[in-house]
Design a protein around this ligand. Structure first.
Ligand code: C5P
Length: 241
């Protein structure tokens, strides 16, 4: 399904101007951006339209977690973000979105069904749906690996395309759930970078070697004085991995 591992930059910024500057600074080096709760709460669909107009792929990371009916409606609305109000300009479809696996199998099944149906109605390519397992900011304890694997298994059974998990669980997920199940890995820190609030972290190379498909990087790039140079360094590590 996905061949070589890819970099996703988390657009965890306060203002539209900061986002615009970062996207310009990174230029062609990055083509997938993660829109999370901070910037989406501030700017909503405008930030998504902006990224699409720059030819970027959008990963909408709102970690939907609610009753099945509400999540189904929310993800259907998210698919609607693919569609331009002006039929002539035709924006790109949303690339990927997250639901939270803690919401249960029925919730995830409802999300999958709603995404397929809405994409069919709108005649757009459907976004990939990935399930957040256990946040990388929580410390590893005895049950973490089992819980992540259990939730990943449930996500696959519900029809999700993959999961978001830390590098510490990546090899086990890959082994249990096969090569076509996507693994998106946040908590990526180059060897010399600060951990911030993340606990279950790894270098880009380690994540690739464990079997990750997408590496999500926020602060090590967006807070660097030269985001482009920081991204290039990580891209080189990905290539080596
Ligand atoms: O700045 P940093 O590289 O730690 O950013 C990681 C990004 O990945 C954040 O936007 C965070 O919301 C997201 N994320 C995470 N752990 C998960 C799922 C998403 O850190 N399990």
């Amino acid at each position: 399904m996905i061949n070589s591992p890819r970099l996703i930059v988390a657009l965890d910024l306060e203002t539209f101007d900061e986002a615009r500057k970062l996207v310009d600074d990174l230029g062609d080096s990055v083509d997938i951006f993660k829109v999370g709760s901070q910037i989406f709460t501030a700017y909503g669909p405008f930030i998504i339209r902006y990224l699409q107009s720059k030819g970027k792929k959008v990963f909408l990371d709102l970690k939907f977690h609610d009753i099945p009916n509400t999540v189904a409606s929310a993800v259907a609305s998210a698919v609607g973000l693919s569609v331009s109000p002006n039929k002539d300009t035709g924006f790109a479809p949303l690339f990927m979105l997250t639901v939270h696996t803690a919401g249960g199998k029925e919730m995830m099944q409802a999300a999958v069904k709603a995404v397929h149906e809405k994409a069919k109605i709108l005649k757009v390519q459907r976004p990939l749906i990935v399930g957040v397992t256990v946040l990388t900011s929580t410390t590893k304890d005895e049950g973490t690996q089992e819980l992540v694997l259990l939730r990943a298994q449930m996500a696959k059974e519900a029809g999700l395309d993959g999961v978001v998990a830390s590098v510490e669980e990546t090899a086990a997920i890959r082994k249990e759930l096969g090569k076509d199940f996507l693994i998106v890995t946040p908590g990526i820190r180059p060897a010399d970078a600060s951990l911030n609030d993340q606990k279950r972290v790894a270098t880009p190379k380690a994540a690739i070697l464990q079997g990750s498909n997408f590496l999500v990087v926020g602060r090590p790039i967006i807070q660097d004085s030269s985001p482009r140079a920081a991204a290039q360094k990580i891209l080189e590590e990905i290539k080596k991995g």
